[in-house]
Write a protein that binds this ligand. Structure first.
Ligand SMILES: Nc1ncnc2c1ncn2[C@@H]1O[C@H](COP(=O)(O)OP(=O)(O)OP(=O)(O)O)[C@@H](O)[C@H]1O
Length: 443
């Protein structure tokens, strides 16, 4: 029961207010002046103090210090509304002019109590969230994710090169952003480059820049992305896709802090912290000779492994709730609930596209849902990857999986390019395999 202290020197007003509030289910205590009020505050923690502005031994606002976190509602006569406004500036929760009618007083009391309750709840939530999820937007309490967070917290403030490994959609970019955000370089931009999205022929000049006349079409000199990250962090996603020539240039940047633009004779100094990511087996690439061993050794010193979602068990419902809330905010829809069957389906699914697949499935379901998210709306069966007897995905399965995972976020041209086929071939294979295309308006 909410406990309210009424402070007024007029016994009639105190009594009337007490009866009014008690009828509404509040518990009340009374004080006739500041001295008595202070005494009561020492013994009891009230939920609200309703206090007259003018009291025989001082002003109601003098009680604010003793009140601490307890909200104070000031009562005042019309003549002194200005002082009441001043009282609010000093920290009173609100004021009400005397004489007030009963409904007005009850509404005001309820509003102040509700507001203070919400503030406390938010404070607790913020504290809880900061304790549970030390990295903003990164959800997960499984032991594997706790390890990721612990490593992240330790390496973020340093300049060490970090290699983030994990399947597609496990959150590698999210970790790269967190590494930057929690580093002393946070004030300088993070330059994020997906090496797989730049055609091989342009890769070197895009990353390292070029001088005028370095190649046909180089009509002016051009600063590369690495120079653009000077003083900040460079995130190279899909580092396994770098050409051997680009790998050599990158090694030089890491070893000597020097960059040479394509076609330049002299080097420039740059200060970048490298965060790289890959889902490829770099060790195998080193053995095959497609990835430089010396570059590999520079990268592997500090690694963060992101586990696939299917190995994070208990994180799935947490992530589902988080992305449900985010999707509703984005789409501006009231939050539907998961049916128990939908939650079970989420737990059972293999998640070949990891958190990205989960996020997309939920967003799609939110768009379609009325008041509940059912397994049908999640449509998870379509994305399940089948494996052959050796546990490897067949090429067709890989194709299907890749298209389903990425078609919501990539353009058709980009999708075809990442698969290494023409748009026409993409269209034909999709039709042959019966993979539905997302509607243009759900992109
Ligand atoms: N732990 C997490 N908590 C909340 N959201 C997450 C988490 N991990 C990933 N996500 C979300 O999943 C999506 C994919 O994450 P991200 O782009 O970081 O993956 P990735 O591993 O870099 O993928 P790719 O290898 O395909 O580039 C993003 O929307 C991201 O916000």
């Amino acid at each position: 029961m909410r406990h309210i202290l009424i402070v007024d020197d007029e016994a009639v007003i105190r009594g009337a207010l007490r009866r009014l509030l008690e009828r509404e289910g509040y518990r009340c205590a009374e004080a006739a002046d500041l001295g008595e009020a202070r005494e009561r505050c020492r013994d009891t923690r009230f939920d609200l103090i309703v206090c007259d502005l003018r009291l025989p031994d001082g002003e109601g606002i003098d009680l604010l210090a003793e009140a601490g976190e307890t909200p104070v509602l000031i009562m005042t006569s019309y003549a002194s509304v200005r002082s009441a406004v001043e009282a609010m500036r000093l920290g009173a929760a609100d004021y009400i002019a005397k004489p007030f009618d009963h409904d007005e007083m009850l509404m005001m009391v309820a509003r102040v109590l509700r507001q203070r309750g919400l503030e406390r709840e938010n404070d607790h939530l913020r504290k809880d969230l900061a304790q549970i999820y030390p990295i903003e937007g990164m959800i997960g309490r499984s032991p594997a994710m706790a390890k990721v967070c612990a490593t992240l917290a330790k390496v973020a403030p340093t300049d060490t090169t970090v290699l983030i490994r994990g399947e597609s959609g496990t959150g590698k970019e999210l970790v790269a952003r967190a590494l930057h955000a929690k580093s002393p370089r946070a004030g300088v931009p993070l330059v994020s480059v997906n090496c797989a999205s730049i055609p091989e022929t342009l890769l070197e000049s895009e990353l390292f820049g070029h001088e005028k006349g370095a190649f046909t079409g180089a009509t002016s000199s051009h600063r590369g992305l690495i120079e653009a990250a000077d003083g900040g962090t460079l995130f190279l996603d899909e580092i396994g896709e770098l050409t051997t020539a680009a790998q050599s240039r990158l090694l030089r940047v890491l070893q000597d802090g020097e960059i040479r633009r394509v076609g330049a004779t002299a080097s420039r100094t740059v200060d970048v912290r490298l965060v790289a990511a890959t889902h490829r087996d770099l060790e195998q690439m080193v053995r095959e000779g497609s990835f430089r061993e010396d570059l590999y050794y520079r990268l592997e010193v500090m690694q963060i492994h992101l586990p696939p979602l299917r190995e994070r068990g208990d994180d799935i419902p947490l992530l589902a709730e988080f992305h449900l809330e985010q999707a509703c905010k984005r789409i501006k829809k009231p939050r539907p609930a998961f049916t128990p069957e939908a939650l079970a389906a989420l737990q059972r699914h293999r998640w070949p596209g990891n958190v990205r697949e989960l996020r997309n499935a939920i967003e799609r379901a939110v768009i379609l849902a009325d008041d509940a998210i059912t397994p049908e709306l999640l449509a998870l069966h379509a994305a399940a990857g089948r494996r052959d007897a050796t546990g490897e995905l067949s090429l067709d399965d890989y194709f299907q999986r890749f298209v389903i995972e990425h078609q919501g976020t990539l353009t058709e041209t980009e999708l075809a390019r990442r698969l290494g086929i023409s748009r026409k071939a993409l269209w034909e294979r999709r039709a042959r395999m019966g993979i539905p295309r997302p509607r243009a308006d759900s992109r």
